[in-house]
Every structure is written in C-alpha cells, then in structure tokens.
Design a protein around this ligand. Structure first.
Ligand code: AMP
Ligand code: MG
Length: 459
C-alpha cells in the first residue's frame, strides 16, 4: 500500500469519514457540539430602551449649561417599570438594565454627578420646576414630591432641605442616547442570530439561553471505543509487575477524546492472540470509531492489521511518512472507522492529534478540524534527516519578539514526559535537512480548544 505524507493521509481520513446524524440535546450538554440548524431570536433584546449605567436618566437638552442641578422624581430599579414622565429640570435615578422613563433620552453615570450641597444652593440656582398645575404627575406624587414641585420663589427652608436630598448635580453635558441601550440593539425578534454549523462555545450557550433554547439540535457526538493490545501490558487495576509495561495509552487516548467533548468507552487490553484480538475488535466495531493501540507494526505478533482486515474492515492506509507515528493505519466498515495507532506512547498521541482529532471533529460537524498553528523562533538547532515529517514536542515562551520554541528534552517515542511537558508540536517538514537556532518554525498548539480549518503547515 502507498506510503502517504501526513497531509495526504489527513485528506484521506477527512474524505472517508461521514458527518453523523443530528440529535436534540439539553443546553447543559451542548458545549463543544455544532448547531444543526439556524437559531432565530424570539424577542427584541433589550425589550425597550434601558440604561447602560447606574446613574440618572435625564433630558439631554437640560444639560447644555452643565453643571446643572436636577430634581430626582423617581428611583427606577432593574425589573421596575417607570411610572413618571421626566420633564424639564427633572431626572430619575436609574440602575443598569432598568427601562428608560418617558421624556428622558440619556443617562449620566453616577461618577459624573455629585450631591447638591446646601451652600451652593440658592432658590435661584435651583432647577426650574414646572408648576404643580402643569405637571401631569402633580396630582399623584407623595407629599415630598409635591413639595418639590413648589415654584422656586415660594420655597421655604424646609422644602429647600428636601430639595437638596432629592436633587443631584450633573457635571457634564451629553448627547441624546448617551449610555442608553436601544430597544433591539442586541437582537431583533425573528432575526437569525446563529447559523447552522456554528460551534457551541460558552458565548454561544449564552445566546441560546437568551433565546430560550432549553434544547438544541446538534450533530451527534461519535461513540468512540479504545482498545489497547499487547501481552506485555499491565492495566491500572493490576498489581505492579516489574516485568510489565503499564498501559498508559488507553488513558492518554481517553483524555484526548474527552478533550474534544466526547466520553469514550475503554475496552481494556487484548492479548497478542488473533482469536482474543478478533473478539475485542468485533466489540469495538459496534462503535462509530474504534481506536486500537499497538500491534500495527511489522512484528510477527503484530496481529491487528490482518485481524481487522479478516473482520471485513477496508484499509485506506497503513504507514505514513512521519516521525513518530510511522505505522499508523486507517480503515472503515459500513458503520465504523478504525484507527490503528502505534503502541509507543508518544506516537499514539501524535497520531491522534494528526488524524483522529480532525476526524472526530468533522464527524461532529466542525468546519475547523485542525489544531491551531503559530509561528515561533527556535532556541536551538534541530537535527533532521530528510524523508519524514517530524513532530517535536516543544514548550513555548511568549517574549517581546513573539513566541520562541524549545524541545522538551529527549524526543524518544516512548518518552511520554516529552509530551506531558509540551505546549505544542513543532512540525519539521519532510524535505528539511535540519533547523538552526533562530529559524522560524510552525508549531501546532496542543492546549485549549481552538482549531482551524487548514492544516497550517507544508511538508
Ligand atoms: P507495538 O506497537 O505493539 O509494537 O508497541 C510498541 C511499544 O509501545 C512497545 O514498547 C509497547 O510496550 C508499547 N506499548 C504498546 N501499547 C502500549 C500501551 N497501551 N501503553 C503503553 N505502552 C504501550
Ligand atoms: Mg504490541
């Protein structure tokens, strides 16, 4: 069978795998999935003009000669509806998110106001207040409010004190609309706010909650099974035997799958015996995706490939020009996709990143299937023999000149700590004859959930 490059093998995987069907999930379970349909707003948000600040709802035309003192005629909390109209010389204390009262067209935040001091206040400096007869609210107000509506010339010392408590000095002018969130500014009733194909991030969850989608139609997550193979393996629940190799691949692969928002099934360890292996593989082929670790190489006891072929799996490739990860295999049946991953712990994880993660993401409907790549400067030389694309585990530092990349120590494919310490995988192109310190390289980021729609490197 043909010996593919990494990108050709990735293309083969992505062309072979199919998008899964859709399902209706609770909003609480939708994070990381992809929307299967458009989502429309079911109301205007905000439903009316509201204040964007804690402050005072004012008539902007009153503020032309700021600073100016205004009489506070109402206190509007978020959740309250205003009951009074703001006339010239008046304002309302208003909280963030509370509806704007009739007559007001701007909000001045608390920080741009101050209490009205008694010394600064004389009857003539007080705000011009409409006479009680002309104020539509005059008949309904409290005793105190009625006092406040007494024309300026008739105020006595008592009403002056009342006025000080119920007035505020606005220190600046403002245009109409200042710190007001307009009706429908965030979304309009009926507007398509999220398109099919959108990845459900925490921000998208917020929008879905805003439009009251308690359930949402998404592409279903693949059901993934993980099988390790090898007589030498010792599983987590077995006593420590110095002659055995701890099974780390099942758990590292489990975590890689979980990081994509999928809960895999662990099938355990199959021994290097064709009959036992066939039994385990048959169980695994009932899932959408089966990951088999180990036994894919050319050793006489590497039974995985012949056994899966005997079970009717059509192999699409076996062996890719990469390091680590050379003996990776990919096949499919009518209902399942099988990845044969190399047993070496680093190889298994690197192959998962290159082939399995993009496949799982595509099955879930994601357009962005590849790990995000960035450019970094190498801090040291890297030896490389042309022929295979190499993935070197690196740490990244972000300095004034951008990112720098440094290898995480010894790079053997069994050195799992090199992976555990890595921020990313440096991609050494196949045709490269070594890299020198200071050269610019491409690094695939391993952390986070950010993916891109292009592989991001050339081989
Ligand atoms: P194989 O691909 O089966 O030839 O295995 C290659 C190397 O990977 C051998 O040293 C195995 O012991 C090791 N290995 C295989 N499977 C696992 C596993 N599940 N966990 C840790 N190491 C493994
Ligand atoms: Mg083996």
């Amino acid at each position: 069978m043909e010996h593919l490059t990494v990108t050709a093998a990735q293309r083969c995987v992505l062309e072979t795998i199919k998008l899964l069907g859709t399902e209706n999930v609770k909003l609480e379970q939708a994070l990381g999935c992809v929307l299967a349909g458009d989502i429309c707003a079911n109301r205007d948000i905000p439903p009316y003009d509201v204040s964007a600040m804690d402050g005072y709802a004012v008539r902007s035309s009153d503020l032309a000669n700021a600073p100016v003192s205004l009489v506070i005629i109402e206190d509007i909390k978020a959740g309250d509806m205003p009951t009074r109209t703001i006339h010239a010389g008046q304002c309302a204390r208003i909280m963030t998110g509370a509806p704007m009262p009739e007559g007001a067209d701007a909000v001045i935040r608390v920080e741009d106001t101050q209490a009205v001091s008694a010394g600064a206040l004389s009857p003539n400096s007080l705000p011009k207040i409409p006479s009680p007869q002309s104020s539509p609210a005059s008949g309904r107000g409290s005793e105190r409010e009625k006092q406040l509506l007494i024309p300026a010339g008739e105020r006595d010392a008592v009403s002056l004190r009342e006025l000080i408590v119920n007035a505020v000095q606005i220190n600046r002018a403002a245009k109409a609309g200042n710190d007001v969130r307009a009706l429908g500014e965030s979304m309009r009733n009926g507007e398509a706010v999220l398109a099919a194909g959108t990845e459900i991030t925490p921000g998208v969850i917020g929008v879905l909650a805003t439009v009251k989608c308690a359930h949402v139609q998404v592409y279903r997550r693949p059901r993934v099974a993980i099988l390790s193979t090898g007589n030498e393996l010792e599983d987590m629940d077995e006593p420590v035997d110095p002659n055995k190799i701890p099974n780390s691949n099942s758990y590292a692969l489990m975590a890689q799958v979980q990081a994509l928002g999928i809960e895999p099934a662990l099938l355990g360890i199959a021994r290097d015996d064709p009959a036992e292996l066939a039994e385990y593989l048959q169980r695994g082929l009932k899932f959408d995706v089966l990951l088999v670790s180990g036994g894919t190489s050319v050793g006489v006891h590497d039974y995985v490939r012949p056994t899966i072929e005997a079970l009717g799996v059509q192999m699409h490739f076996w062996r890719v020009a990469m390091k680590p990860g050379h003996p990776v295999a990919f096949g499919s049946t009518a209902g399942a996709f099988v990845f044969g991953l190399p047993g070496n712990p680093v190889s298994s994880m690197v192959c998962f990143e290159q082939f399995v993660a993009p496949a799982l993401r595509r099955m879930m409907g994601h357009a962005r299937t590849y790990r995000r790549t960035i450019s970094a400067r190498l801090t040291h030389d890297v030896k490389h023999q042309a022929g295979r694309t190499e993935f070197i585990r690196v740490t990244l530092s972000n300095g004034s000149g951008g990112y720098t990349a440094s290898a995480t120590g010894s790079q053997g494919s069994g050195m799992l700590l090199s992976m555990a310490r890595a921020d990313g995988l440096l991609v050494v192109p196949a045709d490269c004859n070594g890299l020198t310190a200071g050269s610019t390289v491409t690094v695939q980021l391993l952390d986070g959930t950010v993916f891109q729609d292009d592989v991001g490197f050339k081989e």
